[in-house]
Design a protein around this ligand. Structure first.
Ligand SMILES: Cc1ncc(C[n+]2csc(CCOP(=O)(O)OP(=O)(O)O)c2C)c(N)n1
Ligand SMILES: [Mg+2]
Length: 281
């Protein structure tokens, strides 16, 4: 099974492509979640184009790695990455949120091959991923499970049950990547429910913790490599991101959590991203 590894420059270019796709998709749908989608694009691109063992044409391959998207609302970025990776035709991206579409507003695993879980109700993905990781371990299998979560989900109790569970069973085949973007639906996490030091909390729960700037592809690659080598503990990569990354008027503004850009705003965003693309080295 190929991981189809891209180099760092190719990953940066792909992330720019995906960001443009995300803007076009959400603008066309007239609804969706741009902030988290743009914030986690670098992570998703690095996972699918350099780390995860997946076979787009054989999505149920028993040797594959599993990606569980717990914060389902950022699925536009996942869909765009999957389409660019060859899971389905890119033109289908424009069907986001349309009636009967395989690209539902929140992921529906039975609708789209390659999706490993359905999500939308927050706080459930880490339990699902931990269960998968335990099952694989008990079967003596080498497949890895990567679970993307958000900081908003850490304001929910069930996340912490999964955190305890994964540590108890020493799930070193589980890597959680948390989108630490400091926002949730209607404000900053500090205003709504302060999370304080997530690093200290996870260490206290006996997880291995890595904190990174998740817009630096080299840091993402290094963290994944370290997580992969860690034994006897699950790893969390606390991915410090800028919500809305790459679009100046969206960056760090929680109001873009779940709002579509107008046609004019989308054009401006694409223009900015095209300029940024020329600067990629
Ligand atoms: C169980 C549950 N409660 C509430 C919601 C409504 N909701 C959707 S997104 C969201 C904010 C979650 O924060 P985060 O995932 O950090 O948002 P982001 O950083 O992507 O803007 C909320 C409360 C939900 N989807 N599921
Ligand atoms: Mg958040």
């Amino acid at each position: 099974m190929s991981t189809n590894k891209m180099d760092v420059k190719q990953l940066r270019i792909m992330a720019n492509t995906v960001r443009q796709d995300v803007i076009r998709m959400i603008a066309e749908a007239k609804s969706g979640h741009p902030a988290g989608s743009l914030g986690m694009t670098d992570v998703l691109v690095t996972l699918y184009f350099s780390f995860l063992k997946v076979r787009p044409k054989k999505p149920k391959d028993p040797e594959r790695d599993y990606l569980v998207l717990s914060n389902g609302h950022i699925c536009p970025a996942l869909y765009a990455v999957m389409a660019n990776r060859g899971f389905f035709p890119k033109k289908e991206l424009m069907n986001l949120r349309k009636i009967g579409s395989r690209l539902q507003g929140h992921p529906h695993r039975e609708a789209l091959p390659g999706l490993e879980s359905s999500s939308g109700p927050l706080g459930c993905g880490l339990s699902q991923a931990a269960g998968m990781a335990l099952g694989l371990k008990m079967s003596g299998k080498k497949n890895r499970v990567v679970c993307l979560t958000s900081d908003g989900e850490h304001e929910e109790g069930n996340t912490w049950e999964a955190v305890m569970f994964a540590a108890k069973y020493g799930l070193d085949n589980l890597i959680q990547i948390m989108d630490r973007n400091n926002i949730q639906i209607d404000g900053t996490t500090d205003e709504v429910m302060p999370l304080r030091s997530l690093k200290k909390k996870y260490e206290a729960f006996n997880w291995s913790v890595i904190e990174i700037n998740a817009h630096d592809i080299k840091q993402i690659l290094k963290a994944l490599e370290q997580a992969d080598k860690t034994k006897a503990k699950p790893t969390i990569i606390i991915a410090k991101t800028i919500p809305g990354k790459g679009v100046s008027f969206m960056e760090n503004d929680y109001k873009w959590h779940g709002k579509a850009p107008s046609r004019e705003q989308a054009e401006k965003a694409i223009e900015e991203l095209k300029k940024e693309r020329l600067r990629i080295r």
